[in-house]
Write a protein that binds this ligand. Structure first.
Ligand code: AMP
Length: 220
C-alpha cells in the first residue's frame, strides 16, 4: 500500500497518517517530522531546513526530494510493503519526482487521499495546537486539552507551540499551500488517484472515511 495524504496545514495529516500506518502496518513518513528531527539534532540538513520552516516557507525541492528518496529506500519500507506519505509531495515538481522514484522501482501510488477542511477551521486548529517536544503527541487548547495545563499526558514534558503555528507564520503557510500545494489536487485527479474526504469531522470518522476511500474499513 503506497499512499499520499494531501491537505492544508492543520488538516490532520499527521494524526491520520499515524492511524492509517497502524491499520495497514505500513511506514509513516512525515517530511515535517524528518526536518524537525534534523533541526533538533543540529545536522547540516536541519540547519538549512530551519531557515525555511521557521518562516512557514517550503524547503527547496531538491533537498526535500533527496531526503524522501533516502527514506523510501530504507529497508523497513520494503519489509512492511509500503508507506503513507504525510507532507510530501507539496509541489508539482515534488509529485513528478515521486512518480520517478517509484517508477524506477516498478512501483506506483495506490491512492492520494485529500483531507478537505475549510480554511477558518484550519486556522483555529493551528493557533490552538500544542505539541510535546519529547514524544510528539498533539493537543489543542480547546478541542483536545491535556489533563494538566501545558503538560503532556503521555510523558509529562512541558508542551510547546510550534514556532510555525504562530498567527503570522500560519498566514504564510496558507498562502504557500494555496500557491504551491493545492495544484496537486488537480494533478492527482487527472491521474485518477484522488479520493476526497471531509476532514472537518471528528478524527475517528475521518480515519474510517479514509480507510473506506481506499477500499477497506478501519477496525478501530
Ligand atoms: P509539516 O509538519 O508537514 O507542517 O511541515 C513543517 C515544515 O517543514 C513546512 O512548513 C516546511 O517548511 C517543511 N516541509 C515539510 N514538508 C515539506 C515538503 N514536502 N517540501 C518542502 N518543505 C517541507
Amino acid at each position: 500500500m503506497r499512499l499520499v495524504l494531501l491537505g492544508g496545514p492543520g488538516a490532520g495529516k499527521g494524526t491520520q497518517a499515524k492511524a492509517l500506518a497502524q491499520h495497514w502496518h505500513i511506514v509513516h513518513i512525515s517530511t515535517g517530522d524528518l526536518f524537525r528531527y534534523h533541526r533538533d539534532h543540529g545536522t547540516e540538513l536541519g540547519v538549512l531546513a530551519n531557515q525555511y520552516m521557521a518562516q512557514g516557507q517550503l524547503v527547496p525541492d531538491e533537498v526535500t526530494q533527496k531526503m524522501v528518496e533516502d527514506r523510501i529506500g530504507q529497508s523497513d519500507v520494503a519489509a512492511q510493503g509500503g508507506f503513507v506519505l504525510d507532507g510530501f509531495p507539496r509541489t508539482v515538481p515534488q509529485a513528478q519526482a515521486l512518480s520517478g522514484m517509484l517508477a524506477s522501482q516498478h512501483q506506483q501510488l495506490d491512492a492520494v487521499l485529500y483531507i478537505s477542511v475549510p480554511e477558518e477551521i484550519l486556522e483555529e486548529r493551528l493557533v490552538g495546537r500544542r505539541v510535546c517536544p519529547q514524544c510528539q503527541a498533539n493537543y489543542h487548547v480547546t478541542f483536545h486539552p491535556p489533563q494538566v495545563v501545558d503538560t503532556c499526558d503521555v510523558c509529562g514534558t512541558a508542551l510547546i507551540q510550534r514556532e510555525d503555528d504562530r498567527p503570522h507564520t500560519v498566514q504564510t503557510r496558507f498562502r504557500v499551500y494555496q500557491e504551491q500545494t493545492s495544484p496537486l489536487i488537480a494533478f492527482y485527479e487527472k491521474l485518477g488517484l484522488l479520493r476526497t474526504v471531509d476532514g472537518s469531522q471528528p478524527p475517528e470518522k475521518v480515519t474510517r472515511a479514509l480507510a473506506a476511500a481506499v477500499g477497506t474499513v478501519a477496525d478501530d
